[in-house]
Design a protein around this ligand. Sequence first.
Ligand SMILES: NC(=O)c1ccc[n+]([C@@H]2O[C@H](COP(=O)([O-])OP(=O)(O)OC[C@H]3O[C@@H](n4cnc5c(N)ncnc54)[C@H](OP(=O)(O)O)[C@@H]3O)[C@@H](O)[C@H]2O)c1
Length: 239
Amino acid sequence: MTKNIIIIGSSGAIGSSFLKHYAEEDKNNIIYALSRSEAASPSSNIHNVSIDIESDSSISNASSICSEAGPFDIIIVTTGMLSDENISPEKSLRHLNKESLSKIFSVNTLGPALIAKYFIPLLKKDAPSFLGFLSARVGSISDNRIGGWYSYRASKAALNMIIKSLSIEVARNNPQSIVAGLHPGTVDSKLSKPFQGNVSEGKLFTPDYSVSKMAEVISNLKPENSGSCFAWDGEEIEF
Ligand SMILES: NC(=O)c1ccc[n+]([C@@H]2O[C@H](COP(=O)([O-])OP(=O)(O)OC[C@H]3O[C@@H](n4cnc5c(N)ncnc54)[C@H](OP(=O)(O)O)[C@@H]3O)[C@@H](O)[C@H]2O)c1
């Protein structure tokens, strides 16, 4: 069955791979590819829309453009940030500062929350629907054994809480809906590049491998799984 799909963050390694996956899955799938930097269109069924997830008005404008199509079966939020030229994950408490905490929360938590506000109304209401957010295993509070990475860990833990609340609210209108976090494994991308040194042999996935596994997980999830976070291999990640 053909699907209407929105990929947010389609310029990223995982976002562009999701775009390719769903374009190849069925050439009649209608896909909206949202990013700051325009992605190449591998097929005529892909529509590029500009979005800056740190701007409320940009998120709202992008949802208005997408609302001309739809309703949508699948929306996946693949944006995220771990570091940049000025920000590094904090190894210790003394590295905390307000600017980097704010920036990481802005991209990883506030943006996805506002995306939910503007894009959930575009999801199908009387049929199965899926809203997914790329989270991360390091956002699991119970799994945190080595500490550090304060802002990234906390921003993803907060995202997980938002996912949980969304799942409850969305299910009131559509019991067939699923809202979930996704952990992609360690994937070769701009985001992971500076931190790949300690990854053991065979544990650094290509974006296409991770996405093929996550797409399988998505297609096997049921409404009773809504509100949780799942790894690339289907394992539920405890919050
Ligand atoms: N790679 C891993 O090992 C790994 C592990 C666990 C979780 N994750 C999560 O997976 C997700 C995707 O990561 P990735 O590995 O694919 O990284 P990536 O290639 O660096 O992609 C990140 C994406 O986020 C976008 N983005 C950042 N700030 C934005 C903003 N203000 N407005 C719009 N777009 C913005 C980037 O857009 P531009 O292209 O315009 O910069 C890019 O498309 C992230 O949420 C990450 O936390 C990744």
